[in-house]
Write a protein that binds this ligand. Structure first.
Ligand SMILES: [Zn+2]
Length: 387
């Protein structure tokens, strides 16, 4: 059964619609991260007003606190969190491996201690699906082992085999027909293992396919090589999700390669650090040069923050540690990302994506914080966990 309706294609780039139990999602789409069921420093009403159709929540975090059974008792995540758009839940695999302590990976699952209170937990593929169904996600993810970078061929190979066996168990454990379950292609940075992982998952016929285990500290060229390796193999009638990426330039590149879905904490986390996206790259609002700057963050941006406040005022809020600074900055960055996705979709619709791509590459600059904020080097593990 096809789970994405393709409306248009230009090169590898795809314009599509994914139908969920909580509305239709136009793709390529960026999913803001709402680790605890809310996108930090926003409200569901803000997201709705901006046209956001889907957010990502973390099964690991909600399982530990407040507990998936409580979420279920409270009517599921949509009712509990006051969000009627779609929700995709991360399986928790990534968090177990990056946040959990004293973990022990076994055939049947993973033993770990909570990063919150040290309590002991065991997550199996079956349990992970149950947790996501209790939360009430529209799109669930398989439990996978995200091998650390770098990992040996042998380690990665065993990890791919385990991820495939777990994927099969996740598929068998799924009870709710109204939700989708995506498989996660692993394989580290070995082409043949990526191909093997994709092949095995495709045979199991998932509702969508994610490419996982990337953006974990590797050079960018290698990351894109891995995406290229698998993306053409993936069934055309299923959504493709590149996990945990990234900066605007990464999203434009990914969309060009045929990726439909993206998520990352970058726009929200950067907003809280005063790093704001503009057409000309990122600016750091705390910079002294904005002290009397009457212009908005981005002249062309139509978000509430840009239509109402000057850089000078936003700088004042930021350096005063005023909590509204988080809110106003986050509104802008999410709006900026959503606007970028709309532009990408519009370009594919009009058959002008390649023109857009070339123009974007020519104009886009990384921005002021490139070296100060080295989240790509070795610390990228935290990108996906904190919201
Ligand atoms: Zn704005």
């Amino acid at each position: 059964m096809n789970t994405i309706a393709l409306l248009k294609q230009e090169g590898h780039a795809r314009l599509g619609i994914v139908r969920t139990g909580h509305g239709e999602i136009e793709t390529p789409v960026f999913m803001p991260v709402g680790t605890q069921g809310i996108v930090k420093a926003t409200s569901p009403r803000d997201l709705k007003n901006m046209g956001i159709k889907v957010i990502l929540a973390n099964a690991y975090h909600l399982y530990l606190r407040p507990g998936d059974h409580l979420v279920r008792e409270m009517g599921g995540i949509h009712r509990f969190a006051g969000w009627d758009g779609a929700v995709l839940t991360d399986s928790g695999g990534y968090q177990v491996f990056s946040l959990g302590v004293l973990r022990e990976i076994r055939e049947d699952g993973v033993l770990f201690q909570s990063h919150i209170d040290g309590s002991r937990h065991f997550l199996s593929p079956e349990k992970v699906v149950e947790v996501q169904e209790n939360i009430g996600a529209d799109i669930c993810m398989c439990f996978d082992e995200c091998a650390p970078y770098p990992s040996s061929y042998e380690y990665t190979s065993n990890s791919v085999d385990l991820t495939s066996r777990w994927a099969e168990r996740c598929k068998n454990a799924k009870k709710n027909d109204g939700t989708m379950l995506f498989g996660i292609v692993q394989g580290g940075f070995y082409r043949d293992l990526r191909l093997k992982s994709a092949e095995e998952l495709i045979k199991m016929d998932f509702d969508g396919y994610a490419v996982g285990g990337l953006s974990v500290g590797e050079p960018k060229s290698i990351m894109w090589e891995m995406v290229d390796t698998v993306v053409d193999m993936l069934p055309k009638d299923k959504p493709r999700y590149l996990m945990g990426l990234g900066f605007p330039e990464d999203i434009v590149e990914g969309a060009r390669k045929g990726i439909d879905m993206f998520d990352c904490v970058i726009p929200t986390r950067h907003a809280r650090n005063g790093s704001l996206f503009t057409r000309n790259g990122r600016i750091n609002i705390k910079h002294a040069k904005y002290v009397k700057d009457e212009s908005p963050i981005d002249e062309q941006c139509q978000c509430y923050t840009c239509r109402t406040f000057s850089r000078a005022y936003l700088r004042h809020l930021f350096v005063s540690h005023e909590i509204s600074s988080y809110y106003l900055n986050t509104i802008h960055n999410i709006f900026f990302y959503n606007n970028l996705m709309q532009t990408i979709r519009e370009a594919i619709r009009e058959g002008s994506f390649e023109t857009f791509y070339e123009a974007f590459k020519g104009e886009w600059k990384g921005g002021e914080l490139q070296d100060e904020y080295s989240i790509r080097d070795g610390h990228s593990g935290s990108i996906r966990t904190g919201g």
